[in-house]
Ligand binder design. Structure first.
Ligand SMILES: COc1ccc(S(=O)(=O)N2Cc3cc(C#N)ccc3N(Cc3cncn3C)C[C@H]2Cc2ccccc2)cc1
Ligand SMILES: [Zn+2]
Length: 315
């Protein structure tokens, strides 16, 4: 408990980056690009992103770029997908190296995944999910190429996934889930369409996610989990209802999920730590303005100074 063990978490992230042959590394190999985004963004929030060899990261990242399609794969030699294309663009924005990208090819790849109904497929195999609407909109916004898609249809498709409880599902009629709500609210926020959201109805569903232990869950009756500190909290902030939860109890819950010895944060107290929950725990604390952390943007899931640089630079 107590306070955030910053140096321990920095050491943990750097050790995972180095441990290439661990079980965890093998399990996560197919989404190494996601893992790189989680690790690097955590280091930046902890004001330690200078501790990695950025040139090495960028050359590995570019070796995951499929120049045929214009998309990024989760690891070298795998098929491109929207999930990894967003992570790659977020990493390059973080490192202030968007200049290495063929922006036209990447934005054509993303736009090419929009369907007639405004929805997005994750890749050429066609799976449709509001997660992919978020990936497409966030990625094109960072690249300043939102003009490449039909924005009206994209927003209408997301709204077609709104439920009577004020939440959002993966597809029309899909059950409300905190992860999908983050994706839909984030995409609506980036496109300036939050006026379509019933803030009190959705805010109520979201604040009901706080459990007696202070943590947040993803659906009614589920156990609290640190990663929901991001999915629920960022959504509450975007709709200006964050005061409806107890931030100090949530902060306590996240700090309780730290491994004080070896660093890292787990999904719930005394479980195994991983990069995913370390990132979402630190990002959740950042959303609650925890001292010493860089503030993070709830919609772009990038430090605010990075978002400002993207939109207020001459680039
Ligand atoms: C440990 O078993 C798993 C199970 C699934 C996965 S996964 O499908 O690759 N993936 C990413 C993920 C990464 C790590 C790490 N390091 C740990 C978990 C986790 N989950 C599972 C999870 C998180 N909270 C509770 N649960 C059960 C989310 C999932 C889906 C997801 C992918 C990208 C972005 C957001 C969410 C990986 C490991
Ligand atoms: Zn989790």
């Amino acid at each position: 408990m107590g306070e955030l063990k910053v140096d321990k978490h920095v050491q943990y992230i750097l050790s995972v980056e180095k441990k290439k042959d661990s079980f965890e590394a093998l399990v996560m190999e197919h989404l190494r690009m996601n893992g790189a985004y989680w690790g690097l963004t955590t280091l930046d929030l902890l004001q330690n992103v200078a501790s990695v060899d950025q040139e090495e990261v960028i050359s590995w990242l570019m070796s995951c770029w499929d120049r045929e399609s214009g998309g990024f794969a989760g690891a070298i030699g795998l098929d491109p997908h929207l999930l990894y294309t967003l992570s790659a663009v977020q990493i390059l924005a973080l490192l202030n190296r968007l200049d290495v990208l063929d922006i036209e090819m990447i934005s054509e790849y993303v736009a090419g995944l929009q369907n007639e109904d405004g929805s997005f497929s994750g890749d050429m195999w066609g799976e449709i999910d509001t997660r992919f609407s978020y990936c497409a909109i966030c990625c094109l916004s960072i690249l300043r190429r939102m003009d490449k898609i039909n924005l009206g249809k994209a927003v209408n498709y997301i709204l077609s996934c709104k439920n009577l409880d004020g939440g959002f599902g993966a597809t029309p009629g899909g059950e409300s889930h905190a992860g999908q709500i983050f994706c839909c609210v984030g995409a609506l926020s980036i496109t300036g369409s939050l006026h379509h959201v019933d803030r009190d109805l959705l805010g109520w569903w979201l604040c009901e996610r706080q459990c007696t232990d202070g943590g947040l869950n993803g659906r009614p009756e589920k156990l609290a989990d640190v990663c929901y500190s991001w999915w629920v909290l960022s959504s509450l902030i975007m709709i200006d209802r964050v005061h409806w939860i107890d931030k100090s109890k949530l902060t306590e819950y996240i700090l309780n999920c730290q491994d004080s010895e070896n660093g890292g944060i787990s999904d719930r107290p005394d479980n195994a730590v991983d990069v995913f929950h370390t990132y979402f725990g630190v990002a959740g604390l950042s959303l609650m303005e925890y001292p010493g952390l860089k503030p993070i943007d709830p919609a772009y899931a990038l430090p605010i100074d990075v978002v400002n640089r993207i939109f207020f630079s001459k680039f």
